[in-house]
Design a protein around this ligand. Structure first.
Ligand code: ADE
Ligand code: ZN
Length: 339
């Protein structure tokens, strides 16, 4: 298993049918109708409707700690050494769950994973685009008392019709607080959404970014600026934003174009697999070679918000793994200065 970093997983998207039933039972609630529903979905919105409805069973700090712990144990088994985890506080505060229970429960799971699995990680608070910019600003204000628990802010949920430019002020405020910035763009929205995420929000990573390939100038810009793209192949098949054949997934073009793309899991409980499952499927489809799996792992580490020393340590682990299995050592693991 290549050591790697998970940079694009929604913790709510790891809530699988078993845990839904367990939490429903513990909290005396009905099992939501969508429990157990998986791919395929008609589109992003069809999926999101199920994803939000299933969250009803998450009520207490302990529920969030259990959700985080289950995910982190599974991620450790996939070779994940560092996890930057998305959380959607609005999907919980709208149901009356205090934001501190969400953040403190997940942070406790991260602290336990550091002790149990030697994993590092942090939280990225995402704003739900469909609730608009004022609700996003109120969410930022609500999480700032817990600033020390947060790595970054992000932008997710329904994309088309909710362009990044709507969220300029809240991203500016987050940056002033020293938070890093990422944004979903180019999943269903066009290259203009990716440009706005970069130019208006100051996004340092683009989540998905598949449709960036439609704009040659944007591709050149992403290459020159080494902007990371966090790509989620099984998600794209499940939501019909790529495919239907994984062999045609845009990741191959991204790597050929020299873009800093890495592979992640998005909502693994719904899309048929965790980070390792995504990688295995790509290799089986012939989309990437075994040697490119090492490149993807090195790209993920280089794209993380780890401090330089943390990146260097994980790149050294990747180099050692390559040597152990006789694979090509990824260029980034040979020359951390290129990170
Ligand atoms: N929230 C959870 N999964 C998402 C995705 N794939 N795109 C946008 N928002 C999401
Ligand atoms: Zn996502």
């Amino acid at each position: 298993m290549w050591p790697t970093a998970e940079l694009h997983v929604h913790i709510e998207g790891t809530l699988d049918a078993d845990l839904i039933r367990e939490l429903a039972d513990r909290n005396g609630l009905p099992v939501p109708a969508g429990a157990g529903r998986g791919a395929p979905f008609r589109d992003l919105q069809d999926f999101l409707d199920v994803y939000y409805a299933n969250l009803d069973v998450l009520r207490t700090r302990r529920d969030f700690q259990d959700l985080g712990a289950r995910y982190l144990a599974r991620a450790a088994a996939a070779g994940v050494r560092h996890a930057e985890i998305f959380v959607d506080p609005q999907s919980h505060t709208e149901r009356g769950v205090p934001v501190e229970d969400v953040l403190l429960g997940l942070s406790a799971a991260l602290a336990d994973a550091r002790a149990a699995h030697g994993m590092s990680g942090g939280l990225i608070v995402c704003f739900l685009r469909h609730l608009g910019p004022d609700a996003a600003m109120a969410t930022l204000e609500a999480v700032l008392p817990h600033r020390s628990l947060l790595l970054a802010v992000g932008l997710d949920s329904s994309e088309v019709g909710f362009p990044p430019s709507l969220f300029r002020d809240v991203f500016e405020r987050a940056a002033a607080e020293g938070l890093r910035r990422v944004a979903h763009a180019g999943e269903e929205g066009g290259p203009d959404y990716v440009w706005e995420a970069l130019d208006i929000l100051g996004a340092e990573r683009i989540d998905h970014g598949n449709r960036a390939l439609e704009d040659v100038e944007l591709v050149a810009h992403l290459r020159e600026t080494r902007t990371p793209l966090t790509v989620c192949p099984l998600s794209n098949l499940a939501l019909r934003t790529a495919g239907p054949d994984l062999a045609d997934h845009p990741l191959a073009v991204m790597l050929d174009e020299g873009l800093r793309a890495s592979v992640h899991s998005d909502d693994p409980a719904y899309f048929g697999g965790y980070l390792d499952d995504n990688v295995r499927a790509l290799v089986a489809a012939g989309t990437v070679t075994e040697d490119q799996v090492g490149v993807l792992a090195a790209n993920a580490v280089a794209s993380s918000f780890l401090p330089d020393a943390g990146k260097a340590a994980l790149l050294a682990e990747i180099r050692a793994h390559a040597e152990r299995v006789g694979a090509a050592v990824p260029a980034l693991a040979l020359d951390p200065a290129a990170v």
